[in-house]
Design a protein around this ligand. Structure first.
Ligand code: IMP
Length: 197
């Protein structure tokens, strides 16, 4: 079965291929189909954004489509940056800009109150009447300086509960066993396995 992944983010593509791809499922990306599109995330929930992206690429290709949206929800900031994680420091913010803004916002917050969670919502859009959502959450803390150079986004600042390393200090395989995105995509994989039995 061919599944179209609605992203151009190379980090995500390799993470997701790692989880889903096997002899039953082939993951295609927008670039594989020569589609050079960037779908704007106009909704104010992760579910809403995942849905519009999957629906849009389904409409363009008629292929079963998968999309995800992720946010970092920081308790001391009432859930910010949340659904706006990619543009926390402004429209064209880099990962570094966003991390620096987060460090600044949390400057006076003591370590025991720097709790946060990453949440991913995956939407699997099979057709106009059949679409499904899967969720993955990882709780952790935001440390007070960047550590590590692997991964992307807020990885250098996030230490998942039960670990002492940030996501950015973990090697690809470890992050890829425990992350929020992996949890959500594993649920999708289980669903596909039972659905296609
Ligand atoms: P997206 O919805 O997956 O594009 O994620 C939105 C934003 O959340 C990204 O631009 C990153 O800043 C952040 N983000 C998403 N996933 C991760 C992750 O695994 N580690 C660190 N930051 C992430």
């Amino acid at each position: 079965m061919k599944l179209l992944l609605a992203t151009n983010n190379q980090h995500k593509i390799s993470e997701i291929k790692n989880i889903i791809e096997c002899n039953k499922y082939e993951i295609l990306t927008l670039l594989d189909l020569g589609l050079n599109i960037d779908i704007e995330e106009t909704e104010n929930t992760l579910d809403g954004n995942a849905f519009i992206k999957a629906k849009k690429v389904f409409e363009l290709t008629k292929l079963p489509s998968i999309s995800d949206d992720t946010g970092l929800f920081v308790d001391a900031l009432n859930g910010e940056p949340g659904v706006f994680s990619s543009r926390y420091a402004g429209e064209n913010a880099t990962y570094d800009d966003n991390c620096n803004k987060l460090l600044n916002e949390l400057k006076i917050i003591p370590s025991e109150l720097r709790t946060a969670k990453f949440k991913t919502v995956v939407c699997f859009y099979l057709d106009e009447k059949k679409y499904y959502f899967f969720e993955g959450i990882v709780k952790g803390i935001i440390i007070n300086e960047k550590r590590g150079s692997n991964g992307f986004g807020y990885d250098p600042l996030f230490v998942p509960d039960g670990f002492s390393k940030t996501y950015a200090e973990m090697d690809f395989n470890l992050k890829n066993q425990i992350s929020h995105r992996v949890k959500a995509f594993r649920k999708l994989k289980d669903f596909l396995d039972s659905f296609l039995e």
